[in-house]
Write a protein that binds this ligand. Structure first.
Ligand code: R5P
Length: 258
């Protein structure tokens, strides 16, 4: 692997254990002022010292993140739709690789929507972004977005992550499901798991624990951290589960100092 790409990937997935806790705050690219991110500076800055990387848009990176903070950036590079549309799959590449280089990011991220009417567009956009990324040594994280009509089962998610990897993604983000090890086993690149909609702290911690136990390289978690009543304790708990393998019960208790 090219040195630059390998170096950037190792900033995201920590070589000491092959795991990562990515903090995802890119929701605004199609959801606008998402709950918990209305004032990103206030809510996200205190979490940065605990995250292994930060996934966000270039607008928020430029406006709210101090360049002196040492945190690897995963830049959301797809866009073009909003939650006002029924079909969210109509995305395109929305950031140039030159701007990603200017921002010194460690990876760029793009969503694909396997099974949607814009399936081909997403895959070809991923392919184009991978080509551009290779030019500069910037890895691409593919987000396997799941439409409302799709079933989040191992069969569908294996299909999505494998297509993402075959198209050239260096990391694939997907959802946790039953028989998750089948999803990981058939994917030749590291798989990270999204947190999804806000659930209880106990459920989100269990999700992170189960995902890693069944082969995930970590999590790319947003709402279950920044919408938690105790976001700092929550990210610390998730980190302990992912990097230290502590039990979900112990991690949950640590949030409330039980
Ligand atoms: C979608 O808006 C983004 O790709 C998020 O980064 C992703 O869904 C992870 O965030 P959450 O844990 O809130 O699902």
């Amino acid at each position: 692997m090219d040195y630059g790409m390998g170096n950037r990937l190792s900033r995201i997935i920590k070589p000491k254990d092959g795991k990562t806790v990515m903090l995802a705050v890119d929701h605004g690219y199609f959801m606008g002022p998402t709950g918990g991110l209305e004032n990103i500076g206030k809510s996200v800055t205190p979490l940065l010292r605990y995250a292994d990387s930060l996934m966000l848009t270039r607008g928020i990176l430029r406006s709210h993140i101090d360049p002196k903070i040492d945190i690897p950036i995963v830049l959301r590079a797809s866009g073009g739709t909003s939650i006002l549309k029924d079909d969210l799959s109509d995305e395109d590449i929305a950031v140039s690789m030159e701007d990603a280089v200017r921002l010194n990011v460690s990876a760029v991220a793009l969503s694909i929507f396997i099974g949607s009417k814009n399936e081909k567009q997403g895959i070809i956009n991923l392919s184009k972004l991978v080509d551009k990324g290779y030019k500069y040594g910037i890895p691409v994280l593919a987000v396997t977005a799941v439409g409302r009509e799709m079933t989040r089962d191992a069969r569908y998610l294996s299909l999505s992550v494998r297509i993402a990897a075959e198209t050239g993604a260096s990391i694939v983000k997907t959802y946790y499901c039953e028989d998750f090890e089948k999803v990981v086993e058939t994917c030749p690149v590291p798989v990270v798991v999204a947190g999804g909609k806000k659930t209880s702290e106990a459920e989100a911690i269990k999700l992170a624990y189960d995902a890693v136990k069944h082969g995930a390289s970590g999590v790319d978690m947003g709402r279950n951290i920044f919408q938690s009543e105790k976001p700092i304790n929550m990210i610390k708990a998730v980190k302990a589960v992912v990097h230290k393998g502590i039990s979900p019960e112990e991690a949950y208790n640590s949030i409330y100092n039980i």
